[in-house]
Design a protein around this ligand. Structure first.
Ligand SMILES: NC(=O)C1=CN([C@@H]2O[C@H](COP(=O)(O)OP(=O)(O)OC[C@H]3O[C@@H](n4cnc5c(N)ncnc54)[C@H](OP(=O)(O)O)[C@@H]3O)[C@@H](O)[C@H]2O)C=CC1
Ligand SMILES: Nc1c(N[C@@H]2O[C@H](COP(=O)(O)O)[C@@H](O)[C@H]2O)[nH]c(=O)[nH]c1=O
Ligand SMILES: [Zn+2]
Length: 327
């Protein structure tokens, strides 16, 4: 593997430690190398804390090595004063001569200005190493800024014969199609996104909690589509465990606008079928995570119909998990 790619790959690996905690900032990774040896590493601290470059520079014990080092970073270093001073200034201050960047930050506050500043100060700047992987790492951040909507993950569980719920059920709770391991993974996913969204019928039929209770992490903001604002307030979704927002919108576009205005960077949509199909029909989704359990219902509520590019298949103790991209 080429040398630059090797270190950007390491940046991507450590950047993921920031998943779910850095928003609305991107989760960036930075690695500092001297004589083909890593002398410092850092990733974005939870929101309000330091950027990855600052953490990487702070982790270098002998700062005298910096003036002969290379800093690798997944995203163009910032050039503006936000909650923290600009990282490009810090790199210049420490005389780091080489900067290797995964992808540029097309957020209008930065957009090439960080690179320009570094070059004007005499840094040797390389841009676009593992660019696609770095863009994918920052997918929530780029989608929010460029498409003016949250990054959208669709998720559901369907039976071997293609249903998400039986025709009738006696209790106001989900009929589980997937096993406890798959369900714990879903709680991990909930901790990674800013919001979780479900439809009216799902809240009435399942009385879901939509929390991360089987995993470590912050509960997402719960969003429910309740067009007449008529859901009984004693349902679990309205308890004090997490914030809940009730929306009165019929189209995916209108829902996305509301979420964008509420500064929601990412959302996982957990059903039901009608809600998921609304987003699919309007083309407003980025990823679909589909579980297929072994159980058969013969009749019931059909799973959503969609076309996407299958990117991975995994078996979780007998459940099949397929992940698709909207391409
Ligand atoms: N296996 C799985 O992964 C999952 C299964 N489920 C199951 O799916 C089923 C629910 O899915 P589905 O029926 O497709 O519905 P949804 O949960 O997607 O809810 C959408 C429906 O809610 C209606 N609605 C919105 N606001 C109101 C309101 N104030 N009063 C009355 N109706 C309103 C909408 O009506 P309109 O079209 O008129 O706007 C629409 O028909 C449940 O049985 C649940 O158990 C749910 C989630 C995941
Ligand atoms: N039935 C089904 C799912 N159903 C989804 O999970 C919600 C329940 O969330 P909670 O109350 O937090 O456990 C429910 O309303 C629906 O959106 N999910 C799955 O991973 N597998 C399953 O088999
Ligand atoms: Zn910065």
């Amino acid at each position: 593997m080429k040398i630059h790619e090797k270190y950007i790959k390491r940046c991507i690996e450590i950047a993921k430690n920031g998943l779910g905690t850095t928003r609305p900032n991107p989760m960036v990774g930075a690695v500092i190398v001297k004589d083909n040896k890593i002398i410092g590493e850092g990733f974005t601290s939870p929101y309000g804390g330091s950027h990855a470059e600052v953490n990487a520079i702070n982790s270098v014990t002998d700062k005298n090595l910096l003036n002969e080092a290379t800093i690798y970073v997944t995203l163009e270093p910032c050039s503006h004063y936000g909650k923290t001073p600009p990282c490009s200034d810090l790199i210049i201050h420490h005389n780091i001569p080489n900067v290797v960047i995964g992808c540029i930050d097309d957020n209008e506050k930065v957009a090439g200005k960080g690179i320009k500043k570094l070059m004007e100060a005499g840094c040797n700047v390389t841009v676009g190493v593992l660019e696609a992987e770095c863009k994918s790492l920052h997918k929530r951040f780029f989608t929010f800024h460029n498409k003016k909507r949250p990054y959208i993950i669709l998720k559901w569980a369907q039976t071997a014969d293609g249903f998400i719920a039986p025709k009738t059920k006696n209790e106001q709770k989900p009929v589980w199609i997937t096993n406890t391991f798959s369900r714990q993974l879903v709680h991990k996913w909930r901790a990674e996104e800013q919001a979780i969204l479900v439809g009216y019928n799902t809240v009435l039929a399942d009385n879901p909690s939509l929390t991360t209770r089987d995993y470590l992490g912050q509960d997402p903001i719960r969003i429910v589509i309740d067009n007449n604002n008529s859901l009984p307030k004693n349902l679990n979704i309205f308890n004090a465990e997490a914030e809940t927002i009730s929306l009165q919108e019929n189209t995916a576009k209108a829902i996305c606008n509301e979420l964008f205005n509420a500064n929601i960077n990412s959302v996982i949509i957990e059903g039901g079928s009608k809600t998921l199909q609304t987003f699919i029909n309007e083309g407003l989704w980025d990823e679909a995570r589909v579980f297929k359990g072994a159980v058969v219902f013969n009749e019931g509520i059909e799973a959503p119909k969609f076309k996407g590019k299958l990117t991975s298949t995994e078996i979780i103790q007998g459940d099949i998990l397929e992940i698709y991209e909207n391409k």
